[in-house]
Design a protein around this ligand. Structure first.
Ligand code: PRT
Ligand code: MG
Length: 213
């Protein structure tokens, strides 16, 4: 992409949809609909700005390597990614939820199990959380449907995102401990911040205005 183009990697799905009004406030409106076309790079009304629509976990990777100047993804994803070339200047306050420990309803698994088996997509955050509390755990990495793990005795509990709690409830689970609050963040590649400073600063301040409106 040309040197004066700004590319923004956005997590597809709910974060993309909730980010649209914030981007619009910064004068960025996609002219393609990712639900209707197969394009991975979307044009916008600003010929200098492109949106790259990718999986949440890939957003910090693209931005860390400078393949995108800016990125929008969940704090849950960012906590798992160890990138040295990223700034995180803005909490966008969209797609909020909580990262929670959850287990079979009514079971005191923290105190009755020996070495706890925890199924999660969030391996690093989960390890940090239990280590800080002096609790020894075996972590089982899953890529989805974590709620299933305790039901089939794959694990004693899970660490997963919870919004309404309906998914836990429907699967006989309950949240027991709060790991942290989650929302989506704007991230910036450090070199891009230097080289495209004026335009990026402008985008950050316009989005920030929309967040705090
Ligand atoms: O299955 P698919 O990947 O398409 O959808 P997804 O539900 O995983 O959401 P996606 O990928 O579009 O967006 C994921 C990002 O959205 C996460 O990284 C979070 O930052 C943010 N987010 C906010 C959530 C939720 N809320 C959320 N509730 N991501 C996932 N969920 C899931 C949760 O994992 C659980 O399975 O929704 C279910 C719980 O919802 P409740 O309302 O039943 O508690
Ligand atoms: Mg997902």
């Amino acid at each position: 992409m040309s040197n004066d183009t700004i590319s923004i990697a956005v997590s597809k799905g709910r974060i993309y949809k909730e980010a649209l009004p914030l981007l619009a406030h910064a004068g960025i409106t996609p002219t393609d609909d990712p639900d209707k076309c197969r394009k991975l790079i979307l044009d916008t009304n600003d010929p200098q700005v492109k949106l790259i629509i990718i999986r949440a976990t890939d957003v910090p990777v693209f931005v860390n390597y400078g393949a995108a100047d800016l990125g929008i993804t969940g704090k849950d994803t960012l906590m798992e990614y160890d990138g040295s070339e990223l700034y995180e200047p803005l909490d966008l306050k969209i797609s909020p939820c909580k990262l929670m420990v959850a287990g079979p309803k009514g079971e005191d698994f923290l105190n009755t199990k020996g070495r706890l088996r925890v199924a999660t997509k969030y391996v690093n955050t989960t390890r940090r959380y239990f280590t800080e509390r002096g609790i020894q755990v075996d972590i089982i990495k899953l890529y989805g449907s974590m709620e299933l793990a305790p039901m089939v005795s794959l694990s004693d509990c899970i660490v997963d995102l919870v919004d309404t709690g309906n998914t836990l409830k429907a699967n006989g689970l309950e949240a027991t401990d709060h790991v942290c609050d989650i929302s989506s963040r704007l991230i910036v590649n450090k070199a891009s911040m230097k080289m495209k400073h004026d335009r990026i600063k402008q985008i950050i301040s316009q989005i920030s205005e929309a967040v705090n409106k």
